[in-house]
Design a protein around this ligand. Structure first.
Ligand code: AMP
Length: 553
């Protein structure tokens, strides 16, 4: 007699006879703690000391945290926020929250207090896990939105701080809880993590990652021609865990059974160097600004990181000089491009160029591109007439993507969804070329955002604020190249008739209305702002005209 198991959904054709096990974060957790129980997780603390746990101990703590969440009444689908650096406790949240079926909302600690309040309200988080050293920033968010005081705050770490409302201690909550948990079966399409990203105008937009997308993303980024992660790697994620899941590393690294080294709140070059040197870190990832600082530190001190084998640079284009300097130090540079909406990996430029017989200069130029597309994404590039461009490395157009780990809409934001998602594709707002070998290069950006040191600044918000100045008739804000931050805002201003402009006074006025790091580095005065045929600001012209304005900065 033969038996058959009918899959949950009707299959056309002959059903495959493989097990139908959901792709969930719990699968990664269980694999890791059973098969790599002695692997280490290290966290550097605010005072320079560090904690060390094995995967087995980590697994026990994740179970304890799950008991805490259950006792606090967190139901499947409910949101739980983190406001934290890269630490083991943050990693515990990355597993415990999704594994009980709830959603971890990783909140960007660099947002203004009003924006922090907005995202916590938008996600409707009931519990907020806050790092001890970030409590002052959370107090500011509560001052901006007093109703936040009704949430439950759990503080991680024991650095002295002014207590938050309803504050609980993370360690006290975990203490004595059982070290195993009867994990529920979670649907692979259920939400696991939520992350807000900046909008051109208005409030941040939320991307809601499913378990399935995160597991597939972890598999695809571990590949040899992607991050090439191995058990023997020691991985230090510099990219924050509130920036698209530290590019997936909390899941990918644990899935691969690698050692993890978390830098905690100390992100200065010397602390990063010490963390890497003491634990022989082999792999790391972060935006160019941190690598520029670390490169300068290594050059100035003559120190080296012999164990550091390869690093991923992304979030902004990798400056050619940085690429050369790090390669010369024996550190393999992997240039990558991605987006919050893509979990984030889209392209990864790992050595593929060396497989061809190119001269060295051509190979270097190719490796400075954003790179070949991941197996996770399908892509097309459309010109202004919505016609696919030639794949010749010259024709340019807007990049559209779709795939296993690409969002299909934003959470509770129909307007932003309608603007960004079209015909089953996500429109990236990046203007690119793709060459015959499949290497994508970003040549421009159609979205009105400026990326400074890895964080977004909205040019439209700055323009609207500036146009509220009594002397300003028109203002156009655009990004200009900067050695340290890669891009900084510059404002072109047209004054009202007979008004007399004063850069210092207008900057001071603006400084009272926007966060300090948003303030344009320069304000230039023009008679008119160049426009397109349909009357939009021609920012490309201004970017070209003032390309060297901040060269001496
Ligand atoms: P985010 O969602 O904050 O990760 O930002 C995604 C955007 O950052 C992309 O759409 C690009 O505009 C930019 N970006 C990311 N990686 C790179 C890169 N390697 N080179 C140039 N721009 C990048």
């Amino acid at each position: 007699m033969t038996t058959s198991t009918t899959p949950a959904t009707a299959v056309q054709g002959l059903p495959g006879l493989m097990m139908d096990i959901p792709l969930t974060v719990h699968f990664i957790l269980e694999h890791a703690i059973r098969n790599h129980p002695r692997r280490e997780i290290v966290t550097r603390r605010y005072d320079g000391s560090s904690t060390r746990f094995t995967y087995a101990e980590f697994g026990a703590r994740v179970a304890q945290l799950a008991h805490v969440l259950a006792e606090l009444g967190i139901a499947p689908g409910e949101r739980v926020a983190s406001f934290a650096w890269n630490t083991q406790a943050h990693l515990e949240l990355y597993y415990a929250v999704p594994c009980i079926g709830a959603v971890l909302h990783t909140t960007n600690i660099r947002l203004f207090p009003e924006q922090v309040a907005f995202v916590l309200e938008h996600a409707d988080d009931r519990i907020i896990f806050v790092d001890d050293t970030l409590v002052p920033a959370m107090h500011k968010a509560i001052a901006a939105k007093p109703s936040l005081a009704e949430k439950i705050f759990v503080v991680m770490g024991n650095a002295p701080h002014e207590p938050l409302p309803n504050e609980r201690s993370y360690e006290a909550l975990l203490s004595g809880k059982p070290e195993t948990y009867a994990w529920p079966t979670v649907d692979e399409n259920a939400a696991a993590v939520m992350c807000h990203t900046s909008a051109t105008t208005g409030d941040p937009k939320a991307v809601l990652f499913s378990h399935r997308s995160q597991v597939l993303h972890a598999f695809a980024t571990a590949f040899a021609d992607v991050f090439a992660l191995r058990q023997r790697d020691a991985i230090l994620p510099i990219v924050p865990m509130f920036h698209v899941n530290a590019w997936g590393l909390p899941y990918t690294a644990i899935m691969c059974g690698s050692k993890l080294v978390f830098p905690g709140p100390r992100m200065d070059p010397e602390s990063l160097y010490t963390a890497m040197a003491e634990d022989s870190v082999t792999f790391s990832a972060g935006v160019p600004t941190v690598w520029l600082a670390l490169r300068d530190y290594l050059k100035a001190t003559g120190k080296s990181l012999p164990a550091l084998d390869r690093i991923v640079i992304g979030g902004s284009a990798c400056p050619p000089a940085l690429f050369d300097d790090l390669q010369a130090l024996g550190i393999e540079v992997i240039h990558a491009w991605g987006m919050t909406e893509m979990s984030p990996i889209g392209t990864v430029n790992y050595k593929k160029g060396e497989l061809t017989n190119e001269p060295a200069a051509a190979r270097r130029a190719r490796r400075l591109k954003q790179g070949p597309f991941s197996a996770l994404v399908q892509w097309k590039v459309l010109d202004d007439d919505d016609t696919p461009i030639a794949q010749d490395g010259i024709a340019r157009g807007e990049l559209w993507v779709r795939g296993f780990a690409v969002a299909r809409q934003y959470y509770k934001n129909d307007e932003a969804t309608a603007a960004a998602f079209k015909d089953g594709w996500f429109t990236t707002g990046d203007i690119v070329t793709v060459d015959a070998e499949g290497y994508m290069e970003i040549v421009d950006r159609s979205k009105d955002l400026i990326k400074s040191g890895g964080e977004w600044i909205s040019s439209v918000e700055l323009e609207n604020t500036l146009m509220g100045h009594p002397l300003v008739r028109e203002a156009c804000v655009f990004g200009v190249k900067h050695a340290k931050w890669l891009e900084r805002p510059v404002a072109a201003v047209v004054l009202r008739a007979d008004a007399v402009g004063d850069e210092v006074a207008i900057r001071a006025w603006l400084g009272e209305r926007v966060a300090k790091w948003w303030l344009p580095d320069r304000i230039v005065f023009l008679d008119a702002i160049p426009r397109t045929g349909v009357g939009k600001f021609l920012k490309r012209d201004l970017r070209e005209r003032y390309a060297d304005l901040l060269a001496d900065a």
